[in-house]
Design a protein around this ligand. Structure first.
Ligand SMILES: [Fe+2]
Ligand SMILES: [Fe+2]
Length: 226
């Protein structure tokens, strides 16, 4: 059997990987073809930064902060295979890539657990890294994710994202809250429509926040809805 020396793989190494870049681009191309919102570098980098920032503020180790960044960056590559079950296929792809890069198995386990548990329907905040990724992924709503330029043909997801004029996530250490604060144009999407469409996502965020000892809040146009 081949003797392997495994050393920590950093986020910077992962970000420089041409192989991973290709999968992110191709996965996003497929989603564009089926009419989905942007899932490219803007989305995955936002997830990486939000998730690692949150764990850092909560006092998690540097290693966990770096691993959640890696998970955030790679979490949607499974869409290159199919949108259906992309969390699980992406986790298997990430396993193969990170294993080849020589990442320690404990670290790979953490990253693929988070990736495999990020999509609604099968998502669960099984550990802190998974919980942070869920929160970062589900709160990335913004107008710039909409690619369809024809308002008349907008589907519900286009409308929900396009309606967002301002979006920010706020962590309050004292109150122990993580808030998604939105300003939406109600002529594009009513607050209650918004809430209905996002209910499952928001309930998932609540579960993920609870795992981290936080309360998840949703604030739209100054109204606290959750
Ligand atoms: Fe996803
Ligand atoms: Fe995502």
């Amino acid at each position: 059997m081949r003797e392997e020396k495994r050393l920590p793989v950093t986020f910077e190494e992962v970000r420089k990987s041409e192989e991973i870049k290709v999968y992110i681009e191709r996965a996003d191309q497929s989603l564009r073809a089926i009419g989905f919102t942007e899932h490219s570098f803007a989305h995955v980098m936002k997830c990486a930064v939000t998730a690692s920032g949150l764990l850092q503020k909560l006092g998690y180790s540097e290693r966990e902060c770096d691993l959640v960044k890696i998970a955030g960056y790679m979490h949607d590559i499974g869409n290159v295979i199919n949108r259906c079950d992309h969390a699980q296929s992406g986790a298997i792809m990430a396993f193969r890539i990170l294993d080849k890069m020589g990442m320690p198995v404990e670290d790979i386990a953490l990253v693929i657990t988070a990736i495999g548990n990020h999509d609604e329907g099968t998502a669960f905040p099984v550990n802190a890294v998974a919980a942070a990724l869920i929160l970062a992924d589900k709160t990335d709503v913004r107008r710039t994710r909409v690619r369809n330029s024809d308002l008349a043909t907008f589907d519900i997801h286009d409308r929900v994202n396009f309606a967002v004029e301002e979006s920010e996530t706020i962590f309050d250490a004292e109150e122990k809250t993580f808030t998604l604060k939105l300003r939406i144009d109600t002529s594009i999407c009513a607050v209650m429509d918004y809430f209905e469409i996002f209910l499952n996502r928001m309930l998932l965020c609540r579960k993920a926040a609870e795992f981290l000892g936080l309360v998840f809040k949703l604030e739209i146009n100054g109204l606290v809805l959750l």
